[in-house]
Design a protein around this ligand. Structure first.
Ligand SMILES: *Cc1c(COP(=O)(O)O)cnc(C)c1O
Length: 366
């Protein structure tokens, strides 16, 4: 029998029952459990939190990405520059929009795309650029936006790992035309499931709202509406929004602990000469998980497991999936990063004792 690791790689954060249960009970028996006032309030409060008032909620981050691609003008047959070093939803959303991902290579120091690798992946059919802040380390977004502007292309940020991360001192959520956050179970902030999309252009909000609910304007009289575009059933409901609202009131210290642990690891691993992800000075990561780099990542994983510390690669590089077989290209930066990276726990559940033990375990070698 194997005992579960004492320090897990991921853990669900749920607000204290005393804060959550009365509100949850009230909404469940309110007679209004579909999309209503709590959803609007959650959008407003989430927008306040990330510093962008133009915010749309969805039942998942994947749904938010799909609608972002449509609002960005992506159509069937288009190409979208993306990264294979991510969770599957990033690139399946491109397929949902009928488009094809074109892989930009990643920086082997951190798994993120760069302006240079994106430039090399552009095609005449490229309609948008989708970037992922992998593990919560911000991509060099200013350089990427400058490149995108040269080519007249919209940028979509997949910030599923990066709630609370900053670039140039500003929270992610308002650098690009579209920024997606996932509220799935193990993300920094969970509403059980859900997604948020922040927009630069408020003019896109009405179409975004229609697309997430069958193409129907919910504010209009139901017999007067005209569905002129195929919409989806992607809206958030009041129950998830109420959970999300309560979570939001408790999330700041949780994110702060991810960041404090991440900075502790940065200093500690540098001091003992163990390679970890490097990133530019303008980036302040949200440290969803922490990434070490080693020529023997499997050996390190076994060593950590033997000491009760969970670790893993967490994702399969997406270009290996059959569904993306037609997109394969040489990605030497990703080859190197994927072979060498290992994610270790860094979140709010890693206390002072655990983080010191993690460093000490790594220091002893593997
Ligand atoms: C979690 C995640 C998503 C979206 O997830 P949902 O489960 O649909 O909310 C998208 N991209 C990345 C990188 C993710 O980790």
């Amino acid at each position: 029998m194997t005992t579960p690791p004492a320090v897990p790689l991921f853990k669900v954060f749920m607000a204290p029952p005393a804060a959550l249960m009365p509100r949850l009970e009230a909404v469940l028996y309110s007679g209004q459990i579909s999309e209503g006032e709590p959803v609007a309030e959650f959008e407003q409060r989430f927008g306040d939190f990330v510093g962008n008032p133009h915010c749309l909620s969805f039942y998942s981050g994947t749904a938010a990405l799909h609608i972002a691609l449509l609002l960005a003008g992506v159509q069937p047959g288009d190409d979208v520059v993306s990264t294979a070093m991510t969770a599957e939803p990033t690139n399946l959303a491109i397929r949902h929009a009928g488009a094809t991902p074109r892989w930009a290579d990643v920086d082997p120091r951190n798994g993120n795309v760069t302006a240079q690798t994106i430039a090399a992946a552009l095609t005449p059919r490229t309609r948008a650029i989708l970037v992922v802040h992998y593990g919560g380390i911000p991509v060099p977004i200013e350089a990427i936006l400058a490149l995108a502007a040269q080519h007249g292309l919209p940028v979509i940020e997949d910030a599923a790992h990066a709630l609370g991360a900053r670039y140039n001192g500003r929270l992610l959520g308002s650098h690009s035309p579209f920024v997606m956050f996932s509220l799935q179970a193990i993300k920094h902030l969970t509403s059980v499931d859900g997604g948020m999309l922040t927009l630069a252009d408020r003019e896109l909000l009405p179409r975004g709202r229609r697309l997430r609910w069958f193409g129907i304007d919910r504010a209009a009289s139901r017999t007067d509406v005209d569905v002129s575009e195929v919409g989806f059933k992607y809206h958030m409901n009041n129950v998830n929004a109420t959970i999300g609202l309560t979570q939001l009131e408790h999330i700041a210290p949780m994110i702060a602990r991810h960041v404090a642990n991440g900075r502790y690891f940065d200093a500690a691993f540098d001091a003992i000469g163990v390679e970890r992800c490097a990133f530019d000075a303008a980036a302040d990561p949200s440290y969803w998980f922490y990434t070490l780099l080693s020529d023997d990542a499997d050996g390190l994983a076994r060593h950590l497991a033997a000491h009760g510390i969970a670790s893993s690669k967490a994702h399969r590089r997406n270009d290996l999936h059959s569904v993306f077989a037609d997109c394969r290209v040489a990605l030497p930066g990703l080859d190197r990063f994927y072979a060498r990276m290992l994610h270790i726990p860094c979140g709010w559940w890693v206390d002072d004792e655990a983080r010191a033990r993690i460093v000490e375990t790594v220091r002893r070698g593997w």
